[in-house]
Design a protein around this ligand. Structure first.
Ligand code: GDP
Ligand code: GDP
Length: 454
């Protein structure tokens, strides 16, 4: 999926942002709005123009407190638009003429390098327009364009101009939404945890193995195969043995190989020895995978030594629960990582392993929509307000800026007060809501407007 171009509407209250938003989004939103009891999402909408899908943000939908001064509000709106949009639609009001708040926003927009269209709304009377044109032109944002959102006058031209401006600079993100369909799974772990055995167990069954291809480094081996119709590439570090003179530092080399495999993977299977429990090296390897932003899971191998393999390995048992709980206590910061219990030797738990890999690979590139994300953030903030150093946190706008791994950007009033533990709270809510397991989530907290001192 390619990123859609984003238009953001900015302007003082009552200039007609919401009316323009409805126009641009078209019928779909209007239908929702007419349904009693359904409040439409004013902040964020999608539509298409000549077959090109696009997104509209109405920054008037950002929620402010009663006590937030108007100037502060428009500054935040402008900042969000500058950060989010590919083209900004700056709306002013022909009836009011130019106001100080308009000039302030124009300043911010001019200093950013974002393409901006200056739209003079409610220009219902062409006679007045000639007198006003010069005044608005002086804002330094190019030729002002008279429109009437309510009558739809010039609205199609707005889109035409916006797309012309975007076309000059448009760069669809290419790396993040890779067209490659294969899910790359790396099997990593300490020596002797059973990586080779696991690899054999995975590939041993009649699956469509294409061929084994040496990885980009001599330390990994790539094996493509298809499982349940899904192309998978296994990146394996197991088979390659080091010369004997380095046997002493086997753990060290295992770690290096693991790190290289992690760099190339979507999903990292951290194999640990269920009979031995977790070690320092296991933790380090998992930590590396999380830091690299990969989806990851614990594959607890040799479980046959703990419980007879004839019992169903998929079933929860007290022993498994205890084991998982113990690890979660020892590695608190990775408590979102799921467990799969295996016996590579007996060949049990393998289907569950692959299933879990694909589930977390999906979550890894799942996008939570901006409208929904904002509604949830407001709800969670409301349920647990946050005050520190005499300031109360406000979240003006939230967006999942990228995936693989999911990265959430929060525009707030005071980034310096946001303690790690509060992000942790938000993250837990998010994880509960989406059953977001096995995927590290990154948080970026930004000031919603520039420091004025600067
Ligand atoms: P927002 O606060 O910027 O979102 O503004 P709204 O979209 O809620 O519009 C404020 C008021 O201006 C409403 O009463 C609209 O009906 C009115 N309005 C919006 N666009 C136009 C227009 O093109 N011409 C006229 N005459 N009124 C408009
Ligand atoms: P690697 O170094 O991580 O590739 O580990 P290997 O696959 O070579 O396995 C190391 C040892 O553990 C071998 O003796 C395997 O037979 C044994 N092993 C591997 N998987 C299992 C398992 O599921 N259960 C038991 N009991 N032993 C296993």
């Amino acid at each position: 999926m390619r990123r859609k171009p984003v238009l953001a509407i900015v302007g003082r209250p009552n200039v007609g942002k919401s009316t323009l938003f409805n126009r641009l989004i078209g019928q779909r939103v209007a239908i929702v709005e007419d349904t009693p009891g359904v409040t439409r999402d004013r902040l964020y909408g999608e539509s298409d123009w000549l077959g090109q899908p696009f997104v509209v943000i109405d920054t008037g939908g950002i929620l402010f407190g009663e006590s937030d001064p108007l100037l502060e509000q428009v500054r935040v709106q402008a900042q969000v638009a500058i950060h989010e949009a590919d083209c900004i639609l700056f709306l002013v009001d022909a009836r009011d003429g130019l106001t100080p708040a308009d000039s302030e926003v124009a300043d911010l927009l001019r200093r950013s390098s974002k393409p901006t269209l200056l739209l003079v709304n409610k220009a219902d009377n062409p006679k007045h327009w000639e007198d006003q044109r010069a005044e608005f032109f002086a804002l330094g944002l190019g030729e002002p364009m008279p429109i009437s959102s309510i009558h739809g006058h010039n609205v199609a031209e707005v889109l035409e101009r916006a797309f012309a401006r975007i076309g000059e600079q448009w760069q669809p993100e290419s790396t993040e939404d890779s067209t490659e369909e294969s899910v790359k799974i790396a099997i990593v772990g300490r020596p002797n945890v059973g990586k080779s055995s696991l690899l054999n167990a995975v590939l041993g069954e009649p699956r469509a193995i294409v061929s084994a291809i040496a990885g980009t480094t001599r330390d990994t081996l790539d094996t493509p195969f298809v499982w349940n119709g899904q192309p998978i590439v296994l990146i394996d570090t197991a088979g390659i043995k080091r010369p004997s003179r380095v046997q002493r530092s086997l753990e060290y080399y295992a770690q290096m190989r693991a790190e290289r495999a992690i760099q190339r993977a979507d999903v990292v299977v951290v194999v640990i020895d269920g009979a031995a429990g977790i070690t320092h090296t296991d933790r380090r390897i998992a930590q590396k995978a999380a830091e690299a932003g990969r989806a990851l899971l614990w594959a607890v191998n040799k479980w046959d030594l703990k419980e007879p393999p004839d019992g169903n390995l998929e079933q929860n048992t007290p022993a498994k629960n205890d084991f998982a709980r113990l690890i979660q206590q020892q590695v608190k910061w990775l408590d979102y990582v799921p467990f799969v219990f295996l016996s590579a030797l007996a060949g049990t738990g393998i289907e569950r392993l692959l299933e879990t890999c694909l589930t977390i690979a999906d979550l890894h590139c799942m996008r939570v929509g901006t409208g929904e994300l904002n509604r949830m953030m407001q709800q969670w903030l409301f349920e647990r307000p946050y005050t520190r150093k005499g300031k109360t946190l406000k979240i003006y706008y939230a967006t999942m800026a990228s995936v693989r791994p999911p990265t959430i950007v929060l525009f707030v009033n005071a980034p310096e007060i946001v303690h790690f533990s509060y992000l942790r709270y938000l993250e837990n809510q998010l994880r509960r809501k989406y059953e977001y397991t096995g995927v590290p989530i990154r948080w970026v907290v930004r000031a919603a407007h520039e420091e004025r001192q600067k």
